[in-house]
Design a protein. Structure first.
Length: 318
């Protein structure tokens, strides 16, 4: 009887010690962390600890003590919340499901990294105009416009005085060279440079020492201009019907002079210049797919030659 009681006491004590081990371990670890003055524990959530060394360089130089404290406190609160969510997820989700999802996510992550590496090392990203033109001409039916578009040039004139604005507006509205001033006849014939609208605007800017970005021939939808700027009520009709239509628009950023260089109505074939960026993306996406296909084929070929994989009983269920 005495031996039986002693055995029961030993077993009972062992159970208590075993049950207490995790808590003892945590307490022991926590106490040992507290003893490390150079890297103290900042916070704990269950068995996860946040150390001082884990805090990134959050505080910008010159921040006040109050701001520094607030920034660090927000980071600690965010870390605690994140750890609580992770723990709650682990507790409520079956271990098998969680492990399966983590494994699938790891596979996707590694596959993505591999594809990024192959693309960065092997993909030729240069697309020539000839390639763009070839694709455009072979797929014209895919480039029918659903909205009116225009090619326009524009110039910011927010800080121009009235006199300068008047001269620039005249330059934008001009369709031909101004009448030449009378000059004394010269015995030597002089060759005149053909008049050019862009040069006409640039020359006016040079004469007036006006320095601003002059944007030339930008394709966009008429609707985009209307949404981005304040325009006249008849702007849409004028933009697509009047060649060389010049106008003034404004928004919160300033005032702009504009001129329609070319318009194309919806239902028409889009100009190649308008869809060239889209075509370049299509060509590059095809190259990416082909580059990855070739890389995977080569990877499989090398593994097969080196006897790194085997397929067993492929037709067993057929």
């Amino acid at each position: 009887m005495v031996k039986t009681n002693r055995l029961l006491l030993i077993l009972f004590s062992a159970c208590i010690i075993t049950a207490a081990l995790p808590s003892c371990t945590r307490i022991k670890n926590y106490l040992s962390f507290r003893q490390d003055d150079k890297n103290p524990v900042i916070a704990r959530v269950y068995d996860s600890y946040l150390y001082k060394s884990d805090l990134p360089n959050l505080v910008p130089a010159g921040a006040s003590k109050q701001d520094s404290t607030a920034i660090i406190d927000r980071y600690i609160d965010s870390w605690v919340t994140r750890q609580l969510i992770l723990n709650a997820t682990q507790m409520s989700m079956p271990a098998g499901d969680l492990e399966k999802e983590l494994a699938e996510f790891k596979e996707l992550l590694l596959t993505g990294r591999y594809e990024q590496y192959i693309i960065s090392e092997q993909l030729d990203t240069s697309v020539s105009e000839a390639e763009i033109r070839k694709y455009y001409e072979e797929n014209t039916e895919n480039f029918i416009l659903h909205k009116d578009i225009v090619c326009w040039s524009y110039l910011p004139v927010t800080y121009c005085d009235d006199a300068l604005l008047k001269k620039l507006r005249a330059a934008f509205a001009r369709d031909k060279a101004p009448a030449p001033a009378r000059k004394a006849k010269s015995s030597t014939p002089q060759q005149e440079t053909p008049w050019n609208w862009y040069r006409n605007v640039e020359q006016t800017m040079e004469e007036e020492s006006y320095n601003a970005p002059f944007i030339k021939d930008e394709w966009t939808e008429v609707e985009t201009i209307q949404n981005k700027y304040e325009t006249d009520k008849d702007f849409a009709a004028s933009a697509v019907q009047k060649n060389g239509y010049s106008f003034v628009v404004r928004n919160n950023d300033g005032i702009y002079l504009g001129r329609i260089m070319r318009a194309v109505r919806r239902g028409s074939q889009a100009p190649m210049e308008y869809v060239s960026h889209q075509i370049k993306g299509i060509i590059l996406n095809r190259r990416k797919a082909e580059t990855l296909r070739q890389a995977e084929s080569e990877l499989k070929k090398q593994a097969e030659e080196n006897n790194k994989f085997e397929i067993f009983n492929r037709n067993e269920d057929k």
